[in-house]
Ligand binder design. Sequence first.
Ligand code: HEC
Ligand code: HEC
Ligand code: HEC
Length: 432
Amino acid sequence: MKNTLKGVGAALCVALPLLALSQGSARAAAQAADPALVQRGAYLAKVGDCVACHTAPKGKPFAGGLPMTTPMGQIYTTNITPDPNTGIGGYTEEDFARAMREGVAKDGHNLYPAMPYPSYAKVDDDDMKALYAYFMGGVAPVQQANREADIKWPLNMRWPLKFWNMVFLEKGAYQNKPGKDVAWNRGAYLIQGLGHCGSCHTPRGIAFQEKALDESGSAFLTGGLLDGWFAANLTGEHNVGLGRWNDQDLQAFLKTGANRHASAFGSMTSVINNSTQGLNDTDIAAMSTYLKSLPPAGGSGAPPYAYDPQATKVSLNRPANDAGARVYTAYCMHCHGVDGRGFAPMLAPLAGNPNVLEKDPSSLINVTLNGTQDLVIGGIPAPYPMPKYAPVLNDQQIADVLSFVRAGWNNGAPVVSAAEVAKLRKSTQAAR
Ligand code: HEC
Ligand code: HEC
Ligand code: HEC
């Protein structure tokens, strides 16, 4: 027994330096890559928002370690710096492309689809090459070992993911659609591919798969719940989607996180911070062209929203009769206004806001409990962040005020219950 171990040890002693050598040289070759290619890769990494997932809070960029919740348990993102031992320094371009498009790591294990490879599968060869050049030659190597997932046997077995891929993974890079112009196709490529917008904005099915990966599926971008945030409907739906947003509104939102209709919060904040605010005007315009082409889908079938100030004046004049109006006047009105119109774009309107009209109240509850503090545009933090009310208001008060806001100004959205607030209070506090 001892001898066998010794034998293995000796073999390892010989094999390891060889391995390190070959890994080092893969990196060295890539480091010699064209600086323009590395720079383009850096831009594409921004489109893909790799840093948002592959960086732990206060951690080194791309060194991994961010906890992510999946239906099976907590997993941790991995080190994608070019460190040869703990990162992806040993990956060839082929290995890298396989991880990105098929969700298979260099050693052959399947990645959990928390890594958005079903979207990245659409990235074309040129862009893949540039991304690889950037990760090998433009990112500083960090030695930081990966952390095992907190998923217990048998759910931690990765081989069933092969079957998942057979059913849900659509192979092949994005193909330009004939009859659509350059901007539309560019937008479709970015939104469906590197931008992986659908990983949050498309509802997921029973196996955690996105119900559609492009506009041919009716569920595509109709809104999805992930990690306690409901990512809004991005189709042309009038009330809960982008039907009332013009190109300018949409571009302003992606560039600055706010416009006359709404402000970014929750998991959208990091998308704006790390990704869309840094994209060039042509790409932002292309994204907007594509999104604005999506016909209305989803929504509750309620009549088209129209603002009505009267709808709320009555209860605000007699707040004693309405528990929600009482909370609103005391805690919310000075920022969001008597008329519910806020002071856009600094202070978001609540009247007619698609997030307020949405049937699923998760985002509203979450933002009221936990506030927002982290939108940073051009290095400058948002001046009037939404405060957190978890320490100030109880579940019933939050349910009351949100029900009030959802009924007010003709919003016409269903009430929120204290039980729904309690549930999110518990899950979001456990995650902290
Ligand atoms: C939504 C979160 C998310 C985003 C965005 C994301 N990743 Fe990942 N990625 C993950 C997770 C989680 C894993 C590990 C999955 C596992 O362990 O099964 C992973 C694994 C990987 C791996 C395999 C390496 C390894 O050892 O596990 C590579 C390569 C990778 N990501 C590259 C990228 C690149 C490049 C981008 C940007 C274009 C990116 N990722 C964006 C979540 C993400
Ligand atoms: C990590 C999850 C996540 C990803 C990825 C994501 N979003 Fe979002 N997005 C959200 C959430 C949550 C909201 C709702 C909160 C808000 O309005 O900011 C949202 C809101 C939005 C809104 C405002 C809609 C409204 O009615 O208020 C737009 C526009 C948007 N996202 C566009 C995009 C685009 C384009 C992409 C891809 C480049 C994208 N998002 C990727 C989570 C995400
Ligand atoms: C100090 C000013 C301030 C106060 C007080 C305030 N909010 Fe906000 N609220 C904001 C800002 C600013 C945003 C936009 C997100 C951001 O940039 O932080 C926002 C966003 C929201 C949103 C999400 C709408 C969207 O699409 O952006 C809801 C819902 C909301 N607030 C509800 C409330 C409720 C309910 C109260 C009272 C309990 C309240 N707010 C009190 C400043 C405030």
